[in-house]
Design a protein around this ligand. Structure first.
Ligand code: BDR
Ligand code: CA
Length: 321
């Protein structure tokens, strides 16, 4: 079977870097482009980081720079206590060759790449949904031409996970709730990998040491980057290791059978106390007409096979090293 064509929309970000290494190592996936968005750091920093990772991981696909501000124009402080001031755990970074930067802005790149490969491109979006929403605004007709959209974002309360920025909101959705609500209203097939499953997949420090020892320079890079990230998680939750977050979106595209899903339209709270909360109306029962009526159904992931996902991640990267 030919590999699935993928656009990776990202805000690197330590777990973004881990997911990109997984993606580029998988024979099941073909990376067509990396599009950047603000989030874990400013757009200048996430774009610089994407260019660095492209160079370090020997990726051929281009990087297209994306949104610098969310749709509501409100830029939150960057989460440097999570990802470091440079977005990659404050490891030293070399000079970056900017010649790999694509001439198109990210949303235009997404539209044109999907239109050039109708029915074939899966968009894996692991940052704020700003570029995707801008792509829908740019070309409202292009959405059904995407094969699928798989996002890391949101939280629906399964397995005790409901938020990481506020008690009800996950970071990628909280950072641009309007964009996420527009993406969920789009006429495409979306699968949501939220905290419900990503916080079930802890990569322990022992697991990361095994990756470091088995995956050469790339394994060492992931180890170095994750030191700050692991300290953050240890300090706030007491866990030993880091959550796989963005890598689970890649795992879903490689092997969806590792996840259990529930279908139904999804809305995002766009203002007030619960801003950024994601709420699905399950298709399995009827409700009175309301904000979810006449919207497309999407899948949310409510459970996953954690040991199999961790094995898939480790084996894919070590085999390719
Ligand atoms: C998400 O937020 C970002 O910090 C991570 O890169 C991940 O995409 C987790 O909530
Ligand atoms: Ca991310």
């Amino acid at each position: 079977m030919s590999p699935t064509k993928v656009i990776f929309d990202t805000d690197p970000g330590i777990d973004d870097a881990m997911a990109l290494l997984f993606l580029k190592s998988s024979p099941a996936l073909e990376l067509l482009g990396i599009t950047t968005v603000l989030g874990n750091a400013s757009i200048d920093t996430t774009t610089r980081n994407a260019l660095f990772l492209r160079q370090h991981f020997d990726i051929v696909a281009p990087v297209a720079r994306g949104a610098a501000v969310p749709l509501n124009g409100v830029i939150d402080p960057v989460p440097d206590m999570v990802h470091g001031a440079n977005g990659l755990g404050d490891i030293p970074l070399p000079e970056i060759n900017h010649s790999a930067l694509h001439g198109l802005e990210a949303s235009r790149f997404i539209v044109e790449t999907v239109r050039a490969n109708p029915g074939e491109v899966t968009i894996i979006a692991v940052g704020r949904m700003t570029n995707l929403a801008l792509a829908l605004r740019l070309d409202p007709e292009f959405a059904p031409l995407a094969k699928s959209v798989v996002i890391m974002g949101g939280a629906f309360g399964f397995n005790g996970h409901s938020g990481n920025v506020t008690p009800v909101a996950e970071a990628n959705i909280h950072g641009d709730p309007l964009a996420a609500d527009e993406v969920f209203a789009g006429n495409w097939k979306v699968t949501v990998i939220g905290l419900d499953v990503t916080q079930e997949a802890l990569m322990s420090n022992a697991y990361l040491a095994q990756l470091r020892d088995g995956a050469g320079a790339d394994g060492q890079l992931i180890w170095d980057m994750t030191r700050l990230y692991a300290k953050f998680y240890h300090d706030i939750t007491g866990v030993d290791g880091v959550y796989g977050h963005d890598s689970l979106a890649v795992a879903y595209v490689i092997d969806p059978a590792l996840f259990t899903t529930r279908s139904g339209p999804i809305r995002v709270v766009t203002e007030g106390l619960a801003i950024g909360q994601t709420i699905q109306q399950p298709d399995s029962r009827q409700f009175r007409p309301g904000p979810w009526s006449d919207l497309p159904s999407h899948n949310i992931c409510i459970a996953c096979d954690t040991p199999a996902i961790l094995d898939l991640y480790m084996n894919t990267i070590v085999d390719a090293a």
